[in-house]
Design a protein around this ligand. Sequence first.
Ligand code: NDP
Length: 322
Amino acid sequence: MPDVILVTGGTGLVGRAIQYVIETEPEGSRFGKKPGEKWVFASSSEADLRDIKETQKLFEKYKPTHVIHLAALVGGLFANMKYKATFLRDNTLINDNVLHTSHTAGTKKLVSCLSTCVFPDKVTYPLDETKIHEGLPHHSNFGYAHAKRMVDVANHAYKDQYGSNFTSAIPTNVFGQYDNYDLETAHVIPALIHKCYLAKKNGTPFVVGGTGKPLRQFIYSRDLAKLFIWQLREYDDVEPVILSVGEDEEVSIKQVADAIVKAVGFVGEYAFDATKADGQFRKPASNKKLLGLIGDFQFTPFDQALDESVQWFLQNYDTART
Ligand code: NDP
């Protein structure tokens, strides 16, 4: 029987990037499609994974041998602060349904997606895979973070009770094509790209919320896609792996905004609004475990990845999630 890989959340930022990599890398190569493999990229319209019956139907339809579980209610800082109960409940339901159905359907391997939000607020840096449960997460994304943490707990429980081959990935901040550009709910990079685009179009100032000083590690969705494919095929352990660029590649929000101004070609007034919340100042994560396991891996330079993402947004404004 050929392998069938089901990607939940297959129509989102990360799912689309996995589809792009699978379809464009040479067949049979490390990140390309293997002969006979079937990849399925599921959207919420095909199955609302908050519902166990719809989840079971999806698995019955495709009979996946492997699952990359990306589906989640995802949002930026402001959405996470405002809708804590919804982020907790929706993500808890989705994760429980996908993990349990993967178990009952006899799926051979499941890689679920966490986030660096799962880490404790008060923690020693850099973050690494051993520190997830060492204290409470930051209050701003309390609901989302707890729902995601429970996936690691569940992975261990399923392994201990049933011997399941379930594991998880912890990406840092992702950006790329097919991002969510809705100004109410977007993460920082797509929100700033959209704002800068509007400022240019309307001849208004480009105002960045916060001081511009916080530092973050950003990973290009197409790089992350390759890392997920690697983890699915080559990593068989329950413990999570941080999927990220190195700690020495942190970028300030001001550097991000500068690069966006350049890529959009914006020449108007450009300022920072320090009355808006900054979030955590920095939360560097170590990618030592990843690099020790994967061997040679080339990340796309940040400015190049950002420029590719901006150009995609400019060319797809009419159909992008705005
Ligand atoms: P997107 O918001 O771009 O995509 C979310 C995906 O999940 C979509 O395919 C969406 O389907 C699907 N989805 C949402 N709700 C449901 C539901 N109830 N039932 C079925 N499918 C659902 O997210 P990303 O691609 O950015 O995120 C992918 C994963 O990466 C998530 O688990 C997220 O937590 C994690 N992550 C993301 C980071 C980031 O910076 N973006 C950082 C760290 C982790 P549809 O389009 O049909 O609605």
